[in-house]
Design a binder for this molecule. Structure first.
Ligand SMILES: NC(=O)c1ccc[n+]([C@@H]2O[C@H](COP(=O)([O-])OP(=O)(O)OC[C@H]3O[C@@H](n4cnc5c(N)ncnc54)[C@H](O)[C@@H]3O)[C@@H](O)[C@H]2O)c1
Length: 251
Protein backbone atom coordinates (compact mmCIF):
# COMPACT_ATOMS: atom_id res chain seq x y z
CA UNK A 1 0.00 0.00 0.00
CA UNK A 2 1.51 3.36 -1.05
CA UNK A 3 1.01 5.94 1.71
CA UNK A 4 0.40 9.41 0.31
CA UNK A 5 0.41 12.91 1.86
CA UNK A 6 -1.43 15.53 -0.23
CA UNK A 7 -0.12 19.10 -0.11
CA UNK A 8 -2.76 21.65 -1.18
CA UNK A 9 -5.43 19.08 -0.24
CA UNK A 10 -8.21 21.67 0.10
CA UNK A 11 -7.74 22.99 -3.45
CA UNK A 12 -9.38 21.81 -6.68
CA UNK A 13 -6.57 19.40 -7.57
CA UNK A 14 -5.97 18.23 -3.99
CA UNK A 15 -9.61 17.17 -3.65
CA UNK A 16 -9.54 15.33 -6.98
CA UNK A 17 -6.38 13.48 -5.93
CA UNK A 18 -7.92 12.52 -2.58
CA UNK A 19 -10.96 11.06 -4.35
CA UNK A 20 -8.80 8.88 -6.62
CA UNK A 21 -6.45 7.81 -3.83
CA UNK A 22 -9.46 6.66 -1.81
CA UNK A 23 -10.83 4.69 -4.79
CA UNK A 24 -7.49 2.99 -5.50
CA UNK A 25 -6.92 -0.23 -3.53
CA UNK A 26 -3.12 0.23 -3.70
CA UNK A 27 -2.98 3.75 -2.24
CA UNK A 28 -3.93 5.39 1.03
CA UNK A 29 -4.02 9.07 2.01
CA UNK A 30 -2.42 9.41 5.46
CA UNK A 31 -2.90 13.19 5.72
CA UNK A 32 -3.01 16.54 4.02
CA UNK A 33 -1.38 19.94 4.27
CA UNK A 34 -2.95 23.29 3.40
CA UNK A 35 -3.14 26.83 4.77
CA UNK A 36 -5.84 25.90 7.32
CA UNK A 37 -6.04 23.04 9.77
CA UNK A 38 -9.06 20.71 9.73
CA UNK A 39 -10.29 17.46 8.26
CA UNK A 40 -11.44 16.33 4.82
CA UNK A 41 -13.35 13.04 4.38
CA UNK A 42 -11.78 11.74 7.60
CA UNK A 43 -8.25 12.73 6.56
CA UNK A 44 -6.41 15.09 8.97
CA UNK A 45 -5.38 18.40 7.37
CA UNK A 46 -2.43 20.33 8.86
CA UNK A 47 -1.45 23.97 8.45
CA UNK A 48 2.16 23.30 7.44
CA UNK A 49 4.36 20.19 7.37
CA UNK A 50 5.55 20.22 11.01
CA UNK A 51 2.83 17.90 12.28
CA UNK A 52 2.23 16.10 8.97
CA UNK A 53 2.16 12.29 8.94
CA UNK A 54 5.08 10.30 7.54
CA UNK A 55 4.32 9.08 4.02
CA UNK A 56 6.00 7.22 1.16
CA UNK A 57 5.15 9.99 -1.31
CA UNK A 58 3.97 13.59 -1.03
CA UNK A 59 1.91 14.91 -3.92
CA UNK A 60 2.20 18.72 -4.02
CA UNK A 61 -0.62 20.58 -5.73
CA UNK A 62 -0.32 23.73 -3.56
CA UNK A 63 1.79 26.51 -5.01
CA UNK A 64 5.33 27.27 -6.14
CA UNK A 65 5.62 29.42 -2.99
CA UNK A 66 5.46 26.23 -0.90
CA UNK A 67 8.59 24.67 -2.46
CA UNK A 68 10.98 25.17 0.50
CA UNK A 69 8.51 23.49 2.87
CA UNK A 70 7.87 20.50 0.59
CA UNK A 71 11.60 19.92 0.05
CA UNK A 72 12.34 20.24 3.79
CA UNK A 73 9.63 17.64 4.59
CA UNK A 74 11.03 15.19 2.00
CA UNK A 75 14.60 15.62 3.26
CA UNK A 76 13.48 15.14 6.87
CA UNK A 77 11.28 12.07 6.29
CA UNK A 78 12.80 10.39 3.21
CA UNK A 79 9.53 10.66 1.26
CA UNK A 80 9.53 10.90 -2.52
CA UNK A 81 7.89 14.04 -3.95
CA UNK A 82 5.60 14.72 -6.87
CA UNK A 83 5.99 18.44 -7.66
CA UNK A 84 2.81 19.17 -9.59
CA UNK A 85 2.42 22.90 -8.88
CA UNK A 86 3.49 25.30 -11.64
CA UNK A 87 5.05 28.77 -11.84
CA UNK A 88 8.53 28.05 -10.39
CA UNK A 89 11.14 30.81 -10.79
CA UNK A 90 14.53 30.12 -12.41
CA UNK A 91 16.13 30.12 -8.93
CA UNK A 92 13.58 27.56 -7.73
CA UNK A 93 14.21 25.36 -10.78
CA UNK A 94 17.92 25.29 -9.81
CA UNK A 95 16.92 24.45 -6.23
CA UNK A 96 14.84 21.53 -7.57
CA UNK A 97 17.82 20.23 -9.60
CA UNK A 98 20.00 20.33 -6.47
CA UNK A 99 17.36 18.66 -4.27
CA UNK A 100 17.03 15.77 -6.75
CA UNK A 101 20.59 14.76 -5.85
CA UNK A 102 19.34 13.94 -2.35
CA UNK A 103 15.70 12.92 -2.78
CA UNK A 104 13.53 11.05 -5.30
CA UNK A 105 11.77 13.94 -7.05
CA UNK A 106 9.19 13.80 -9.82
CA UNK A 107 8.39 17.02 -11.64
CA UNK A 108 6.19 17.78 -14.59
CA UNK A 109 4.14 20.78 -15.61
CA UNK A 110 1.49 18.44 -16.95
CA UNK A 111 0.46 15.07 -15.60
CA UNK A 112 -1.80 14.06 -18.47
CA UNK A 113 -0.66 11.15 -20.63
CA UNK A 114 -2.05 12.97 -23.70
CA UNK A 115 0.15 16.03 -23.16
CA UNK A 116 3.20 13.86 -22.76
CA UNK A 117 2.40 12.28 -26.13
CA UNK A 118 1.91 15.80 -27.56
CA UNK A 119 5.44 16.67 -26.42
CA UNK A 120 6.84 13.90 -28.61
CA UNK A 121 4.60 14.79 -31.56
CA UNK A 122 5.55 18.50 -31.62
CA UNK A 123 9.23 17.67 -31.47
CA UNK A 124 8.87 15.29 -34.38
CA UNK A 125 6.82 17.86 -36.34
CA UNK A 126 9.50 20.52 -35.74
CA UNK A 127 12.20 18.13 -36.96
CA UNK A 128 10.28 17.34 -40.16
CA UNK A 129 8.97 20.84 -40.92
CA UNK A 130 12.13 22.75 -39.99
CA UNK A 131 12.84 26.49 -40.23
CA UNK A 132 10.29 27.18 -42.98
CA UNK A 133 7.43 26.92 -40.52
CA UNK A 134 6.75 29.51 -37.80
CA UNK A 135 5.83 27.96 -34.45
CA UNK A 136 3.28 29.63 -32.17
CA UNK A 137 1.86 28.14 -28.96
CA UNK A 138 -1.54 29.16 -27.66
CA UNK A 139 -2.75 28.00 -24.24
CA UNK A 140 -6.19 28.56 -22.70
CA UNK A 141 -7.09 28.17 -19.02
CA UNK A 142 -9.79 29.13 -16.50
CA UNK A 143 -9.97 32.62 -15.06
CA UNK A 144 -8.53 31.58 -11.67
CA UNK A 145 -5.15 30.40 -12.97
CA UNK A 146 -2.44 32.50 -11.33
CA UNK A 147 0.62 31.93 -13.55
CA UNK A 148 1.00 32.65 -17.27
CA UNK A 149 1.95 31.27 -19.67
CA UNK A 150 1.24 27.77 -18.38
CA UNK A 151 4.09 25.48 -17.38
CA UNK A 152 2.85 23.12 -20.10
CA UNK A 153 3.23 25.80 -22.78
CA UNK A 154 6.89 26.14 -21.68
CA UNK A 155 7.30 22.38 -21.74
CA UNK A 156 5.97 22.21 -25.31
CA UNK A 157 8.16 25.18 -26.36
CA UNK A 158 11.18 23.34 -24.94
CA UNK A 159 10.31 20.21 -26.93
CA UNK A 160 10.06 22.22 -30.15
CA UNK A 161 13.26 24.11 -29.30
CA UNK A 162 15.17 20.86 -28.77
CA UNK A 163 14.58 20.08 -32.45
CA UNK A 164 16.26 23.41 -33.31
CA UNK A 165 19.27 22.84 -31.05
CA UNK A 166 17.94 25.26 -28.42
CA UNK A 167 18.37 28.29 -30.67
CA UNK A 168 14.82 29.62 -30.58
CA UNK A 169 13.81 32.60 -28.41
CA UNK A 170 10.44 32.81 -26.67
CA UNK A 171 8.20 35.83 -27.28
CA UNK A 172 5.26 36.27 -24.92
CA UNK A 173 2.21 37.87 -26.54
CA UNK A 174 2.78 40.77 -28.93
CA UNK A 175 1.80 44.38 -28.59
CA UNK A 176 2.38 47.67 -30.39
CA UNK A 177 4.94 48.21 -33.17
CA UNK A 178 6.90 45.05 -32.44
CA UNK A 179 8.00 44.63 -36.07
CA UNK A 180 7.83 41.64 -38.37
CA UNK A 181 8.11 38.20 -36.81
CA UNK A 182 11.69 36.92 -36.58
CA UNK A 183 12.51 33.37 -37.69
CA UNK A 184 14.08 32.58 -34.32
CA UNK A 185 10.87 33.28 -32.42
CA UNK A 186 8.47 30.87 -30.80
CA UNK A 187 5.41 32.92 -29.85
CA UNK A 188 3.65 31.90 -26.63
CA UNK A 189 0.17 33.25 -25.86
CA UNK A 190 -2.01 32.87 -22.77
CA UNK A 191 -5.82 33.14 -22.92
CA UNK A 192 -7.84 33.17 -19.66
CA UNK A 193 -11.58 32.74 -19.22
CA UNK A 194 -14.48 30.87 -17.64
CA UNK A 195 -13.80 27.36 -16.40
CA UNK A 196 -11.56 26.10 -19.24
CA UNK A 197 -9.63 23.17 -17.71
CA UNK A 198 -6.57 23.45 -19.99
CA UNK A 199 -6.07 23.67 -23.77
CA UNK A 200 -2.77 23.73 -25.64
CA UNK A 201 -2.32 24.29 -29.33
CA UNK A 202 0.99 24.22 -31.20
CA UNK A 203 0.70 25.79 -34.66
CA UNK A 204 3.27 25.30 -37.42
CA UNK A 205 2.48 27.97 -40.03
CA UNK A 206 4.18 27.67 -43.43
CA UNK A 207 3.71 29.45 -46.77
CA UNK A 208 0.88 27.32 -48.10
CA UNK A 209 -0.20 25.15 -45.21
CA UNK A 210 -0.74 25.18 -41.47
CA UNK A 211 -0.41 22.21 -39.17
CA UNK A 212 -1.98 22.42 -35.73
CA UNK A 213 -1.44 19.86 -32.99
CA UNK A 214 -3.62 20.35 -29.95
CA UNK A 215 -4.78 18.84 -26.69
CA UNK A 216 -7.82 19.67 -24.61
CA UNK A 217 -8.25 18.49 -21.03
CA UNK A 218 -11.97 18.08 -20.28
CA UNK A 219 -11.65 17.50 -16.54
CA UNK A 220 -9.09 18.00 -13.78
CA UNK A 221 -9.40 14.26 -13.09
CA UNK A 222 -6.93 13.57 -15.90
CA UNK A 223 -4.17 15.35 -13.89
CA UNK A 224 -5.18 13.71 -10.61
CA UNK A 225 -5.01 10.27 -12.26
CA UNK A 226 -1.51 11.10 -13.56
CA UNK A 227 -0.44 12.18 -10.07
CA UNK A 228 -1.59 8.92 -8.49
CA UNK A 229 0.09 6.91 -11.27
CA UNK A 230 3.31 8.89 -10.67
CA UNK A 231 3.07 8.36 -6.89
CA UNK A 232 2.89 4.58 -7.33
CA UNK A 233 5.89 4.73 -9.69
CA UNK A 234 7.94 6.90 -7.30
CA UNK A 235 7.39 4.81 -4.16
CA UNK A 236 10.79 3.38 -3.14
CA UNK A 237 12.75 5.00 -6.00
CA UNK A 238 16.34 6.18 -5.32
CA UNK A 239 17.21 9.92 -5.34
CA UNK A 240 17.02 11.53 -8.77
CA UNK A 241 14.79 13.60 -11.03
CA UNK A 242 11.93 11.79 -12.76
CA UNK A 243 9.13 12.83 -15.11
CA UNK A 244 6.08 11.44 -16.88
CA UNK A 245 8.16 9.98 -19.70
CA UNK A 246 9.86 7.70 -17.10
CA UNK A 247 6.45 6.54 -15.84
CA UNK A 248 5.21 5.81 -19.35
CA UNK A 249 8.44 4.02 -20.30
CA UNK A 250 8.04 1.85 -17.19
CA UNK A 251 4.57 0.79 -18.33
N1 LIG B 1 1.10 19.48 -13.20
C1 LIG B 1 -0.19 19.41 -13.60
O1 LIG B 1 -0.58 18.56 -14.41
C2 LIG B 1 -1.17 20.41 -13.04
C3 LIG B 1 -2.55 20.29 -13.33
C4 LIG B 1 -3.45 21.17 -12.71
C5 LIG B 1 -2.97 22.16 -11.86
N2 LIG B 1 -1.62 22.28 -11.64
C6 LIG B 1 -1.08 23.27 -10.70
O2 LIG B 1 -1.40 22.85 -9.38
C7 LIG B 1 -1.52 23.99 -8.53
C8 LIG B 1 -2.84 23.94 -7.80
O3 LIG B 1 -3.93 24.02 -8.71
P1 LIG B 1 -5.44 24.09 -8.19
O4 LIG B 1 -6.29 24.33 -9.39
O5 LIG B 1 -5.75 22.92 -7.32
O6 LIG B 1 -5.38 25.42 -7.29
P2 LIG B 1 -6.23 25.79 -6.01
O7 LIG B 1 -5.98 27.24 -5.76
O8 LIG B 1 -7.64 25.30 -6.15
O9 LIG B 1 -5.56 24.91 -4.83
C9 LIG B 1 -4.35 25.19 -4.23
C10 LIG B 1 -4.44 24.78 -2.76
O10 LIG B 1 -3.14 24.91 -2.18
C11 LIG B 1 -3.25 25.65 -0.97
N3 LIG B 1 -2.00 26.39 -0.75
C12 LIG B 1 -1.53 27.46 -1.45
N4 LIG B 1 -0.35 27.87 -0.95
C13 LIG B 1 -0.06 27.03 0.07
C14 LIG B 1 1.02 26.93 0.97
N5 LIG B 1 2.03 27.79 0.95
N6 LIG B 1 0.99 25.93 1.90
C15 LIG B 1 -0.03 25.05 1.94
N7 LIG B 1 -1.09 25.10 1.12
C16 LIG B 1 -1.10 26.08 0.18
C17 LIG B 1 -4.45 26.57 -1.14
O11 LIG B 1 -4.99 26.96 0.12
C18 LIG B 1 -5.39 25.68 -1.95
O12 LIG B 1 -6.22 24.89 -1.10
C19 LIG B 1 -1.31 25.21 -9.44
O13 LIG B 1 0.05 25.59 -9.38
C20 LIG B 1 -1.66 24.66 -10.83
O14 LIG B 1 -1.04 25.39 -11.88
C21 LIG B 1 -0.73 21.43 -12.20
Amino acid sequence: MVQILISGILGHMGRNVLELVREDADTECVGGVDLQEGELCGVPVHAGFDKAEKADVVIDFSSAANLDNVLAYAKRTGAAIILAATGYSDAQLKQIEEAAKEIPLFKTANLSVGINLLQKLVREAAEVLGEKFDVEIIERHHNLKKDAPSGTAFMLAESVNEAFGGEKEYVYGREGMCGARKKAEIGIHAVRGGNIVGEHEVMFAGEDEIITISHSARSKKVFAAGAVKAAKFMCGKPAGKYNMQDVLADE
